[in-house]
Design a protein around this ligand. Structure first.
Ligand SMILES: [Zn+2]
Length: 394
């Protein structure tokens, strides 16, 4: 092989050498394909030479280039071109976006939502890639990590997606009046905007559950440090509370159209659950510090043992928390029928996993949020609207 020639080679293996230069090279003598991938090792030692066409198929070496004398005009021009391309390609290699798209999505789909958000701050190109493929990345993450929680914390539906007849039922004066009686705003959840969201019973519950997940997550530091959650006496207002519940409502509103934001709410809630269940083994209270009543019997057991006691709800161990998924929540545990209607409830809440019940017969959890919105709308139409003209029931 002619060392002086700008030999047409392929990057047989990138790991083979640290100094591999790749340049796109137009080979006139080859009729097809016209654009060739040209790679040359800097030290010109043991050059592996072959032609790689655009499809990436390997072909036997056909060295049809003629030797170019050193210091010729053409050589200098090629060297200049190559330097330019080198600078460009080394820039690209540093960017992980150069990985094949499918591989990149596979990697991102295995991360936690918070990691993906952090990664999106890396640079503009990364952010754009994540934005472009957000749905598929988020769905992969949710499917792998939040199999249980996504069935328990469903998203409220947009009013725009509710048919006009059902909307008429939702805003029927008789229904508005009926709701008014039950309307007692929670201190820790801002009500949804009824011009944006469906206000059927299921969607209201979905809204409240997601907001409570964020509020509960916000106060985990207090609970970890065994500090009381700041209370707002009834009938009074605080400076911080309206801003806090507004911020949570904004996140939930965004989650409806951003699956990655939705995934990050589930991530936060999973952290709340694992942190709460493992709190007593992670942070045993100081000898004279006030201790929560549900910790007392557990602590007596755990102090004598190295590993967490077997009586932990869902049989959770540190490894379950480290896995960063909600698989452990499929084990037998406790049903969460009661909505934490006040922050006072946070002290006793071990794991809030609503919208499911344990089937003793089948020995598994039954999830019932799916289809609830449709059933509620059907009920509202039946109750508040005259029968549709097409209906034969009259
Ligand atoms: Zn609804």
């Amino acid at each position: 092989m002619d060392d002086t020639a700008e030999t047409v080679v392929s990057t047989a293996s990138a790991s083979e050498s640290t100094a591999i230069d790749t340049v796109a090279f137009h080979v006139e003598s080859l009729p097809q394909p016209t654009v060739q991938s040209v790679t040359r090792k800097k030290n010109n030692k043991a050059q592996k030479t072959k032609i790689v066409d655009e499809l990436g198929e390997d072909e036997p070496l056909v060295d049809t280039t003629t030797a170019i004398p050193k210091n010729s005009k053409k050589t200098r021009r090629l060297q200049r071109q190559q330097k330019k391309k080198e600078a460009k390609s080394s820039e690209k290699v540093q960017n992980f976006l150069q990985l094949p798209g499918e591989l990149l999505m596979e990697i991102l789909g295995h991360l936690r939502p918070s990691d993906v958000f952090q990664l999106s701050r890396l640079n503009k190109a990364t952010r754009e890639f994540i934005e472009d493929y957000e749905v598929s990345i988020a769905n992969d993450i949710i499917e792998q990590r939040y199999w249980v929680l996504r069935r328990c914390f469903v998203l409220p539906r947009l009013l725009a997606d509710v048919d006009s007849r059902s909307q008429a039922a939702l805003f029927h004066p008789r229904r508005e009046k009926m709701i008014e009686i039950h309307k007692k705003p929670y201190q820790h959840v801002r009500p949804p905007d009824n011009r944006i969201f469906c206000t059927c019973a299921s969607c209201m519950m979905a809204w409240n559950n997601l907001n409570v997940a964020l509020d509960l997550s916000h106060f985990q530091g207090h609970l970890d440090r065994r500090e009381p959650i700041p209370m707002i006496p009834r009938g009074t207002q605080s400076d911080w509370n309206p801003a806090l519940i507004e911020a949570h409502a904004n996140v939930v509103e965004k989650a409806v159209t951003s699956p990655l934001i939705y995934a990050s709410i589930l991530e936060k809630h999973l952290e709340t659950i694992t942190g709460t269940l493992l709190r007593q083994t992670r942070r045993p209270p100081q000898p004279k510090a006030p201790m929560h009543r549900h910790n007392k019997p557990m602590l007596a057991v755990s102090s004598a043992m190295q590993s967490p006691p077997a009586t932990m709800l869902y049989g959770i161990v540190e490894a379950d928390a480290a896995a960063g998924d909600d698989r452990f929540l499929e084990r037998p545990g406790k049903e969460s029928y009661e909505f934490p209607w006040h922050r006072d409830n946070y002290y006793n809440l071990l794991a809030y996993v609503p919208m499911r019940k344990w089937s003793k017969l089948e020995q598994r959890w039954m999830y019932y949020a799916a289809g609830a919105h449709e059933r509620d709308l059907e009920w509202a139409r039946k109750w508040f609207l005259p029968a549709a003209p097409t209906s034969s029931g009259g």
